[in-house]
Design a protein around this ligand. Sequence first.
Ligand code: XIL
Length: 553
Amino acid sequence: MSVPSRRLVPLAVLTLFTGFAVAIVTAPEPASASGTLRSHAAARGKFIGYAAATGPLANETAYRNIAGSEFNQVTAENAMKWDATEPQDNQYNFTGADQVVAFAQANNQRVHGHTLVWHSQTPGWVQGLSGTAMRTAMQDHISRVVGRWANDPIVESWDVVNEVFNEDGSLRQSFWLNAMGQSYIADAFRFARAADPDARLCINDYNVEGINAKSTAMYNLVQQLRAQNVPVDCVGFQAHLAVQFGFPGQYTQNIARFAALGVQVRITELDVRIPLPADQAEITRQNQYYTQIVDGCMQSTACAGVTIWGFTDRYSWVPDTFQGEGQALIYDTNYSPKPAYTAVHDALDDGDPGGDTQPPTTPTGLTASGVTSNSVNLSWTASTDNVGVTGYDIIRNGTVTNTVAGTSTTVTGLSPSTAYQFAVRARDAAGNTSANSATVNVTTQPGSGGGGCSATGTVQTQWGNGYVVQPVTVTNTGTSAITGWTVTLTLPSGHSLTGQWNATISPTSGAVTARNMSYNGNLGPGQSTTFGFQVSRPNGNTAVPSGYTCTAS
Ligand code: XIL
């Protein structure tokens, strides 16, 4: 999309009748008022994100264009919440969540998962459970939902618990607290870590942007949990602000004290609502709030970035929730950028090398060497760039597979006797990419035989009448690449498969066969992949599956 044109009013000289020259000067605009929000954020190592609504993301071109071009991070506004992902016990639905992740993937954005344990938008069947059953349901839910993207690096973080405090800093009397006591918070974080050891795990809340009783309670809890080795990696300040209230007091000091605890800080749900109709003073105040929030995050190395809770006033939760208030976002209902857009843009920009739109030069001299049955070495000549090359994308058969820092790499995991075409392109700090280099064609050596594989399954969690096996690790134990695998195993009598991920498994009882998906069948020698599944069993039965056998193809 195009950025609003910023009129640069030249020094106008007005000659009055008196003959004196009076200079009328309008403040000059910042030098680089162009470039997308994400280009500026990326240049400073930060993210700028939006909350995605699945309806317009599927249906509206204007929405998709802005979402894909202006932001480098996304949070699903509703699609990853419990009522969307597990409306009935053990019946999971990832339609909306997958849609958001696919869009992010296609647009080179990272995803923040929102949210696992919250008193709102959690189905009645959960709320009615006893303490023990609720803990099991929570564990189950977290393993399945977090586990779904455990091997997908773009889903990098999760709000594990959301809004657990009252304004006075006491714990909210939610059904979670009432059924399980305070330990539910630590448990939720531990379950999430078990489901994805690489994900950053956050505690998120509103009215915690400044220093006050609530943010101090959050600070104390995070400190306490970390002292107990509970995996809390980040705190989220929602930042649902309103112009009729003062800007949060001691906002930057608040970021700093959390930074000193060693946690990442994120602004997770920024919007600034206005009582309607809005007057100019309120709009000015809104712009100031946007500037201050974004600026505070940019100034702290602990703050990873800012997510705006939507981007267009056409789809904002504000009018539905706060009667008589609205216009809280940075684009109007017709997708035109508002002054608040400029406020965010300029706070991200701040005179840094962002706004750079010049791509690096195209890499030359791409050469392949050391071709084996499953690997090849690639090397090329460095590109140059005005703000600096940050890496090179490796392109295999037209698709970017990974990014490397240097000017050579060894590509592994190839199949024997197979033709590949490689190219590389350079990236710079602002996210610009060069054209693709000339291609090089490679045909791998025939396999030397001996393709084999092994499979081992780990029971991750179990409860009275069920369990989750995660991961089942499949390893290529042979000396050449394999293009597919089949794992057989036996479910004990009376056990029945209720869910699976990263493999297709059938039938649902007895001797079952798991086959690779399209994306995880190719394994080079020594490489591994994982899949998982969930099983229900008769109450009290403690048996688990056995006889894992792997066959390579
Ligand atoms: C809101 C969504 O924006 C609405 O569409 C939905 O109806 C209710 O939830 N704090 C949060 C968010 O953590 O999940 C909420 O999102 C806004 C407040």
